[in-house]
Ligand binder design. Structure first.
Ligand SMILES: [Zn+2]
Ligand SMILES: [Zn+2]
Length: 879
């Protein structure tokens, strides 16, 4: 039964929705708050904290179609992609989840019902494998489903046991496979789904999270076992559409058409060309979704993966004879294909395709430089008589110039040369280790565990959208990460209450501060955080009395600080809208930080803003402030919000129901923060600075309300002071300063002229004192403290006055001696200034040197200056 991929995706979600599951929108490919993970690589990733008990949701059953990326791992080496029918870097994982609700029985039954009844797969084509020791699952398949034993297998840990990490949740799994039937290729006596003869295709993995594994490896049953399943949409589509590979499904049809159109090569006519087309199609999907989720090409981490994918795809374009940027156009086809399921792609279309095109252009340039470099390497090799290019050189080409190894090998082979593969592998392994080390997670697990346990039995209700104070019961206290019943005066404490008006830091808005009072105690709250979705902790210090669990607390948010934060936060919405209006919709929010005293806004844009653009943005934001447009806050499903034109922020994690904040007709954003009731409250928005913080990312710092007024007041006061000092009206200050600078330059010129005249006078006197030694006229004199430049000018002057002779001047300054010595041209055969001064400098405890006609030296003993003069006389006399 042929079905389109969107029908399959939709049917999967609706099937489970009818079974009481909440449909949750796909999370970003960039995992939030998980430094251990490069990309979201499975449907369970966004729910990790829910499975660990550190976070609770308002539902216990969920179903998703999750964007996933796999670029390394057991079966997913990047180099395989394109060569096999099933490997993809980007894919969509369909999955249903039970958070301590239903378990094995329902999970197995649901999967069977969906596959056989909804999708109409012939039960005779299906097989299942379970973990060797999981009798319960075996019986379920055998008895309840009625799967015959010849298509039911018990497999080992490698195949059918799953764990989240070294410790933590783990359990057996059941895999459902398509059985393509006995074929002539199998060499195994016991062909089962672990055999790679091609008979079996795994289409769905059901994980039964049943145990918790501790550091010693002991497994204890979880109190509430959970379900996590995953089925690749691409595989399911290939099965239901009866095509031989993921690349033949409708998901890739439009993309392949575009590639054929560009390359003018028909798919299916040449095996190598088909591989190239697969690579391009796969990577183009990855590029679109990565860039769409805010990743920017770079030289490390996620950006580096993105860059490698693009280069690999571009190289395969060259293999198809396309030597100009074209991936951006393939990316366009990807967006056509996927925008109905991921509507945010539509609004990011221009940004995504433009980013791809520029990175391609950059690469093609790099590639031609790499070819030059390779030619140099080859010339060197041939000169040395060696036949093997070192692994390091190959790696450098690969790493710096994006030169695929097979390309280097190909070019070398044409010259009867080869590459050192072992050396390359070594360099590559070292690189991988560096990359892995960079992604090693930190995270204080002990504290995370404590928060997890707190979150399991306490949920904090946030009431601070409408209220700034309230009463609630103290539910828990933490001191130094340990739970306590009492916190004493002076102790730093984390307080958990049932209901709070305090906003916990998220979405760039800082946590509220304020006070918490109980009968007989006060806590000054300096920060509020949310370690789990529904757990709020207030951090502060007990400043009077003590605090006990169970006490009734009065909570009061610092209203002035909150109001300032609200103005700044709402200011970012206007700034964002104004940026998009002035610069175009490719200017997208990349991050923000909003506190009571500042506002920082990062966005994607390639060039510095000029003054005109900054003014236009500021004017537009202030125009909207003057309009005093009221805020309209609604909650609605994510997809609906995006369809209605709301702007989602990169990397922000959204629930299935989102909060939409709208000001007038100019700004609509998904946002959970606190906002002004109307734009007029913001008062004034003033941009302070604009700068670049990373490739393609700019940062604006701005102020609003009182902060903006105080800033302007400070500027005004500085101007007033300047006007008073200059005794001119403020408006005339710049002209007055210009005039002063002009006067100053004239005065400097006059000083220079006078000094020069003075030197002339002094020299005239000195020439009169010249003595004659061995027929050479010699001037040796102390001059008033002067810099090296002045000394030199005086020596030059004296030399020309003497016409023939030797001049030595000494100046004393701060206990140091400066010497300068000149020899006229006619004496240069007999005396060299540099040689003379080297000798003389030793007398005053210094060193020196210079040219034959002029030399300088320094010294540290001014009392020996006369001795130095005598040494000169002696040197001349002795020559
Ligand atoms: Zn086999
Ligand atoms: Zn907001």
């Amino acid at each position: 039964m042929a079905r389109s991929s969107s029908e399959i995706r939709e049917a999967f979600l609706r099937f489970f929705e009818a079974k009481g599951h909440r449909i949750v929108a796909s999370a970003s490919l960039v995992p939030e708050g998980d430094p251990t993970l490069l990309f979201t690589n499975a449907g369970m990733v966004p729910f990790k904290n829910v499975f660990l008990g550190a976070e609770t949701r308002e539902y216990v059953r969920a179903v998703t179609s999750q964007k996933c990326m796999r670029v390394s791992g057991k079966h997913n080496d990047l180099e395989n992609v394109g060569h096999t029918p099933r490997h993809n870097t980007f894919f969509e994982m369909l999955g249903n989840f039970s958070f301590g609700d239903y378990f094995k029985g329902e999970a197995v039954e649901y999967s069977w019902e969906l596959l056989t009844e909804r999708f109409g797969i012939d039960p005779a084509r299906l097989a299942a494998s379970v973990f060797r020791e999981d009798d319960e699952a075996y019986e379920l398949w055998r008895e309840k489903i009625g799967l015959p034993e010849e298509r039911l297998f018990r497999l080992g840990e490698d195949e059918n046991f799953w764990s989240m990490g070294e410790t933590g949740p783990c359990g057996p799994c059941a895999e459902i496979h398509i059985d393509f039937g006995v074929n002539g290729r199998c060499r195994s006596a016991h062909c089962d789904p672990s055999c790679d003869c091609g008979r079996w295709l795994e289409i769905w993995n059901l994980v039964f999270m049943q145990f918790n594994r501790d550091a010693a490896g002991n497994m204890t049953p979880l109190p509430k076992p959970s379900i996590d399943t995953g089925a690749s949409l691409e595989r399911l589509a290939s099965v239901l559409q009866g095509v031989p590979s993921n690349f033949d499904t409708d998901l890739f049809r439009g993309i392949m058409d575009r590639i054929q159109e560009i390359s003018k090569i028909e798919r299916g006519t040449n095996a190598e060309h088909d591989v190239s087309m697969n690579v391009i199609a796969d990577h183009a999907r990855a590029l679109v979704f990565l860039i769409g989720d805010g990743v920017i090409p770079g030289n490390e981490g996620r950006g580096y993966v993105l860059r490698r994918l693009l280069r690999r795809a571009a190289r395969h374009g060259v293999l198809l004879g396309v030597e100009r940027p074209f991936l951006f156009s393939v990316g366009d086809a990807v967006i056509d294909e996927m925008a109905s399921a991921y509507p945010e792609l539509r609004e990011r279309r221009a940004y995504v395709t433009d980013r791809i095109r520029r990175e391609e252009e950059h690469f093609l340039e790099t590639l031609s430089k790499g070819l030059v470099r390779l030619e140099e390497d080859i010339a060197e090799l041939e000169a040395s008589g060696s036949k093997v290019l070192s692994g390091e050189a190959v790696f450098k080409l690969y790493d710096t110039y994006g030169f695929p190894v097979d390309l280097t090998a190909d070019i070398l082979a044409g010259r009867n040369l080869e590459i050192d593969e072992v050396g390359f592998d070594t360099a590559m392994t070292a690189q991988r280790q560096r990359a892995r080390a960079a992604w090693k997670g930190s995270g204080d697990e002990r504290v995370a565990e404590i928060y997890g346990r707190l979150a399991a039995d306490i949920r904090t209700r946030f009431r601070g959208y409408s209220e700034l104070s309230g009463t609630s019961t103290v539910r828990a206290l933490l001191v130094d990460g340990e739970r306590r019943e009492v916190a004493a005066c002076g102790e730093a404490v984390e307080v958990v209450v049932a209901e709070t008006p305090f906003y916990a830091e998220s979405g760039g808005q800082v946590g509220d501060r304020g006070t918490l009072r109980v009968p007989g105690g006060v806590v000054e709250i300096s920060d509020t955080q949310r370690p789990a979705l529904e757990l709020v902790v207030h951090r502060g210090v007990v400043t009077a009395g003590e605090l006990r669990v169970g006490a009734e607390a009065e909570l009061a948010v610092d209203a002035d600080a909150r109001a300032a934060t609200v103005r700044n936060h709402s200011g970012t919405h206007l700034l964002h809208a104004a940026l998009r209006s002035v610069l175009g919709s490719q200017a997208m929010q990349k991050g923000s930080l909003v506190g009571p005293d500042r506002l920082r806004f990062d966005f994607t844009h390639d060039a510095p803003l000029d003054d005109g653009e900054i003014e236009a943005i500021e004017d537009l934001a202030n125009l909207w402030i003057e309009r005093n447009a009221p805020a309209r806050v609604r909650e609605m499903p994510y997809a609906e919000a995006i369809e209605s034109g709301a702007v989602a922020i990169f990397n922000e994690k959204y629930g299935d129901v989102v909060r939409v904040v709208q000001f007038g007709d100019f700004s609509t954003e998904l946002c959970g923060g606190t906002h002004a009731a109307a734009t007029g409250e913001i008062g004034l928005l003033k941009i302070l600075s604009e700068s670049g913080i990373a490739s393609g990312v700019r940062r604006i710092e701005a102020l609003t309300g009182l902060g903006a007024r105080n800033h302007l007041r400070r500027q005004e006061n500085a101007l007033k002071t300047a006007s008073e000092l200059l005794r001119v009206p403020v408006a005339d200050v710049p002209a007055r300063i210009e005039k002063l600078l002009e006067d100053r330059r004239a005065a400097d010129r006059e000083i220079e002229r006078l000094q020069s005249a003075q030197r002339g006078e002094a020299s005239k006197d000195l020439t009169r004192d010249a003595k004659r030694i061995s027929g050479v006229r010699v001037v040796a004199a102390r001059v008033a403290s002067a810099g090296a430049k002045d000394l030199r000018a005086m020596v030059d002057d004296l030399r020309s006055r003497l016409a023939s002779g030797i001049v030595l001047l000494a100046a004393e300054r701060d206990g140091q001696v400066s010497l300068a010595l000149g020899v006229t041209q006619d004496l240069s055969d007999r005396f060299r200034a540099g040689d003379l001064i080297r000798e003389i400098a030793t007398v005053v405890g210094g060193k020196g040197g210079g040219r034959p006609d002029f030399a300088q030296a320094g010294g540290s003993d001014p009392s020996k200056i006369d001795e130095a003069f005598e040494r000169l006389d002696a040197l001349i006399a002795g020559s």
